[in-house]
Design a protein around this ligand. Structure first.
Ligand code: PMP
Length: 295
């Protein structure tokens, strides 16, 4: 469903655009830009939290380093360091009086209708209040008819605007069929990830998640693996087919926007163990603690 415009900004919202802090309502871009026509732009999705030690951007360095990596992979020249990007973002939060916020940096290119990147690279950073992307209830998901892009067709480990047409197709298909979200396979038929989140399943107290290679290397995924380690919960990174999920005890998505989102069923088959009794639920609580106490 289309969200109201003012979900993202209002009359007073300040954004960062190419070196200046300006009102969102006055921020414009060209209709001839390569990002709009062909999707060659890169972005991030980051959260800040009101923590016990003030407003903290969670994993700022990891997110901005991934942004720089994505830009490099797409031959986009972005003249900012991860530290500079972090400082600018803290200013955006401060100017908008935001604590718990979702932050969206976007690097978009200049006018060019041919198939080479432009030297012009624009940096836009905005932030707004945004609840848990997939909500709080456990999700009913379906295995998508759309695969994740083959890593030989693009840099799947980069967060590129154009890649999200694949995600939009999968989520739209799932919603049209009455599901909450999609689960996408890789080109070999193994489970890869959700359209905007990584995937874990649980069996006999062990967590399983697809290895890096055909997925976006989620920062939340890495955090969950680390938190599981602290709690002595075993995590195995390996390929698996959706048929393995039939005998699983539980599953969840991880992502900056979604945080840790419990899954109720896949293709109508419910997981055996109640969400609140799973390791996933335990980790969801640990994640919440981690973001709200230390950032
Ligand atoms: N996979 C995809 C396709 C995504 O869009 C996201 C969200 N960035 C993730 C996984 C999760 O990544 P992260 O935990 O870094 O937000």
């Amino acid at each position: 469903m289309t969200k109201p415009l003012y979900m993202y900004y209002n009359e007073n919202t300040i954004v960062f655009l190419n070196g200046k802090f300006i009102r969102a309502k006055n921020a414009n871009s060209s209709l001839y830009g390569q990002t709009l026509h062909y999707g060659n732009g890169v972005f991030e999705g980051i959260r800040s939290y009101n923590t016990s030690i003030g407003v903290k951007i969670f994993k700022a360095k990891e997110h901005f380093e991934r942004l720089l990596y994505s830009a490099k992979k797409m031959h986009i020249k972005l003249n900012y360091s991860s530290d500079e990007l972090t400082k600018i973002t803290y200013q955006v939060l401060k100017k908008n009086n935001l604590g718990d916020a979702y932050i969206r940096p976007l690097v978009y290119l200049g006018a060019n209708m041919s198939l080479t990147p432009t030297d012009e690279a624009n940096l836009f950073i905005s932030a707004w209040e945004w609840g848990k992307y997939l909500g709080d209830k456990q999700l009913n998901i379906m295995v998508s008819s759309f695969q994740r892009p083959n890593p030989k067709s693009c840099h799947v480990d980069a967060k590129v605007s154009g890649h999200y047409t694949n995600s939009i197709l999968a989520t739209t298909e799932a919603k049209q069929k009455g599901f909450d979200e999609a689960l996408m396979l890789d080109m070999n038929g193994f489970v890869a990830e959700g359209p905007g989140a990584n995937f874990f399943f649980e069996k006999n107290g062990i967590l399983f998640t697809p290895p890096l290679g055909n997925i976006l290397p989620g920062i939340t995924r890495a955090t969950i693996i680390e938190l599981a380690g602290n709690l002595n919960i075993e995590v195995t990174e390996r390929f698996f087919k959706p048929s393995e999920l039939i005998t699983a005890d539980g599953a969840f998505f991880t992502g900056t926007a979604a945080e840790v989102a419990g899954i109720n069923s896949v293709d109508g088959v419910k997981f055996k163990v109640k969400w609140k009794k799973t390791k996933g639920f335990l980790l969801a609580n640990e994640y919440r603690k981690k973001v709200s106490f230390s950032g």
